[in-house]
Design a protein. Sequence first.
Length: 320
Amino acid sequence: MQREARKSAETIQMIYGKSGVGGLIGEALINGTSTIANCMITYPVRAEGDHVGGLIGKAVLKKELTCRANQLSAPIIGSGYVGGFFGHMTSNGNLKLDTNGSFASSIEQVKGSTALVKGNTCIGGMFGYLEGNISAKGSNDLNIPVTARKEKAGGVAGYLKNCQLNINMFQLINTMSVTSLKSAGGIAGYAEGCTFTGSVKSYDPKEGIPAKSSFSSDFSGIVQGDPKSDVGENMGGIAGYAKNSSFENICCTGTVKGTSRIGGIVGYLDNRGGGTMKYCISNMSKGIKGAGNEVGGIAGLIETSNAFYTHFINYTTVTG
């Protein structure tokens, strides 16, 4: 499928509906190998209800779907499960993000555009909700304001479930912002049964603490509560709230601010069912700012049982 959807010079075109609304497809059940390639979405996609995406509102993949070199530079707005490309995605391991030569997919504000992703709950830069693994060739660019008026906002996914996610699949630009009153993260607002892997190489502290300049960043944008009052709970550089999840080889250099349960990597980590954290680096030049309780360089609050934690470095000033 190849399609170009542009904003007319004379009128503003819009895709609008009650629920299950997409720039290309409202709802899709993929039963055979398929491709969406070279699509440009430059007009608004909006719904009164749930499942809203720049490409597809709601998708279940039973066979492989390849997304190659697609572009979004328009507002995507709904109530719940709203994403830059996909509102609600059940991948079953069948989603492949590919490139066209050196050209990757992008979701971003370009000059003159009003691109954003906005709704009440489960709002993400690429996925409102993503369940299952995905794969990628190359890195997909994300630079768009993501706002959940109530909860669960993420730079990549608002709600991430049962997913092993290599953060290097995505290039999140340092001007990107993720905003929510509850559960906001640079990658995922709310994560359940997930593993996040970044770019940090394993190191031996016996050889000395590495210089902070030796780490590249996996997230360098802004995670925040209400931008006027900074009120917000469960705010993290990677995930706002994570349950039975792991964080491995990750460095954050952005900004995280809110009220309570504020952390450089994760705001609130509930690992009573198991999980790990290792080789996690907080290196935020503007600091971690909390106006209430449970504020930390790596995590705001951890509840744990049968979990494993090792090799953390915090270079960040923490206030709370």
